[in-house]
Design a protein around this ligand. Structure first.
Ligand code: C5P
Length: 223
């Protein structure tokens, strides 16, 4: 059942490694709003399924795992059924499996109400692929945030190196391209720039500049 309320939502959607998570978190902090990292919920559902040894094509079992998982976000850490899984969620294996699991309409339906519960006073910044199109269609501001694939791959490569994980640049480009193709081509809630979202290309922008653009669009619309 749709949980509608009046608290404003800023929906920030876009492809992998576009920097939308960082921008969304900074916008939420600037406004004192709640923050929803919807990708983390899809990653958590995938990790729960992998840990239960589920067949990733059994969408009924996947949806049950997504519905039943006990998750908590606290002080920048994420836990699943009481265990800290912050690092485990971000491996390349989980990223790739997640975009397969996320293609299931049953899984998406199972996570819908959980995502909508993040909409609380005084407002929410929601980061994902379908925040503006499906989860919060009445969002006050919708942004489609992207950057050139070479820039996105460079950002992801840097993050991996900082975590001490070796990765070839060509593999990172390949992984991002495949994941974006899966996210864009699925029939349900695909990654897409819809006309009601403002297009923000961050290829040549700093994080500060991107945050400032989103805040200024929000201020123009804020009641
Ligand atoms: O944003 P992040 O890279 O953590 O998302 C991981 C995966 O979760 C995406 O590649 C996508 O398949 C899925 N996802 C989704 N819908 C969302 C957020 C993430 O399908 N709203």
């Amino acid at each position: 059942m749709a949980l509608r309320n009046e608290w404003p939502v800023i929906a920030i959607d876009g492809p992998s490694a576009s920097g939308k998570g960082t921008v969304a978190e900074r916008v939420a902090a600037a406004l004192g709003f709640h923050f929803l990292d919807s990708g983390a919920l899809y990653r958590l559902a995938t990790l729960a399924a992998l840990r239960q040894g589920l067949d990733l094509s059994d969408t009924t079992a996947l949806a049950a795992a997504a519905r039943d998982m006990d998750v908590a976000f606290r002080d920048g850490r994420t836990s699943l059924d009481g265990e800290d899984v912050t690092e485990a969620l971000r491996t390349e294996a989980v990223s790739a499996a997640t975009s397969r699991v996320a293609a299931s309409p049953a899984v998406r339906e199972a996570l819908l109400a959980r995502q909508r519960r993040f909409r609380q006073a005084p407002g929410l910044v929601a980061d994902g692929r379908d925040m503006g199109s499906t989860v919060f269609p009445d969002a006050l501001l919708k942004v489609f945030l992207t950057a050139d694939v070479a820039v996105r791959a460079g950002r992801r490569h840097k993050q991996l190196m900082e975590k001490g994980m070796c990765a070839k640049m060509s593999d990172v480009v390949e992984e991002l391209t495949q994941r974006d193709a899966r996210d864009s081509n699925r029939p349900v809630a695909p990654l897409r720039h819809y006309p009601d979202a403002i297009f923000l290309d961050t290829t040549a922008l700093s994080v500060d500049q991107a945050v400032e653009r989103v805040l200024s669009w929000y201020r123009e619309r804020a009641p």
